[in-house]
Design a protein. Sequence first.
Length: 473
Amino acid sequence: MSRTTAPAPVDRKDDAATSSHGLSHGLKQRHLSMIALGGVIGAGLFVGSGAGIAAAGPSIVVAYALSGLLVMLVMRMLGEMSAANPASGSFSVHAERAIGPWAGFTAGWSFWFLLCVAVGLEGIGAAKIMTGWFPGTPEWAWVALFMVVFCGTNLAAVKNFGEFEFWFAALKVGAIVLFLGIGVLAIVGVLPGTDSPGAANLTGDGGFFPHGSEGLIVGLLASVFAYGGLETVTIAAAESEHPVKGVATAVRTAMWRIALFYIGSMAVIVTLVPWDDKAVVEKGPYVATLDHLGIPAAGQIMNVVVLVALLSAMNANIYGASRMACSLVAREQGPKALGRTFGGVPRTAVLVSSVFGFVCVLLSYWRPEDVFIWLLNTIGAIILVVWFFIAVSQLVLRRRTEREAPEKLVVKMWAYPVLTWVALAGMAAIFFLMAREEGTRVQLYATGGLTVVLAVIGFALQKVRQGRASQDA
């Protein structure tokens, strides 16, 4: 067992650096569990995974398994720290406590930037689906509508956000479970009107590794970024009724479920459909599989699911961005106006995060060839930077917590510190692979540039604060 034998500590607020800063506690356990699942199950899985399958072939299953193992290690580390010290700033707070204020500043604002740009991208994707259903309507109008709806949702009480995300995530999870069920029936040959494909699609047409190790590497890089989004649950935990118990349970259950959904889905798809079928990329792997099986109206059904996935991600990312901004301001690492709460909700941060997301959408129309592409490249590897801060923070805080308050370790990282170092080595390997691949090299450099700029600003602010503290002393 990874838990201590001591009873779980009573939930309590920490000092000013880690408290929830006047936020409400309206989220229930069922909300947290679904936020953990819904935050990571998005269009990247339903649609974007097609490019990974085209590059890696059947070995995409191995790619998702490897990246899934890395994500499980990262989430276990984050779960350990968040259960010991729940905070709306999550890994940003942990990085500040473990490494220094500059690290919390860098991790927090880079993640805020990632979420805001992602809100814009998801809005664009959802608008494209709507214009397909309603030809002649402008995309920007749909994006504006979605922004208003989810900005309004996040301006209201946090329980409203929780309810929206609960039902959105429930629909996505239900769709994947149904897909897996249909797929397994087809694989064993008991689905009416279908014959079992056996291993023909796994071993034929180039074999299990049709493009060799290079194809596997491309698939691995694509799969790593598809897992991003799990971190939101540790941000939300600070606003739950029982933060310690909530985050511990949500992290434990989410990890194996997401591994099942992601790896299981890829295994079903490449077993049933030839990996080089153009429909896998053009229509998306889920639609291509259902069409291949002759499921009626598969395309429209999956379009509804993808739309829900995009809207759910918009909702969750506005929430996560606003809470991260609020936490940073409370630690004197951002404009004070962003940290104001009204009725337990940081409404100014919600508005600013939503507006920034909408500006990203406008840039996709005004400057699609330069500014918007730069934004996309900049966020390309931010999630890896965040994971790096999480791993380093856990190495430091685990020893400190064992020494100062061991009863707080209700969730423990497996085989500490060995697996933490294994995770860091895995991240270093992915950075190296990104530098090798022409398609990801630009993203790595752009993200690296943003990270360095934020680190320099954060370090300068840290020195200023230290200077003021010494003068006051």
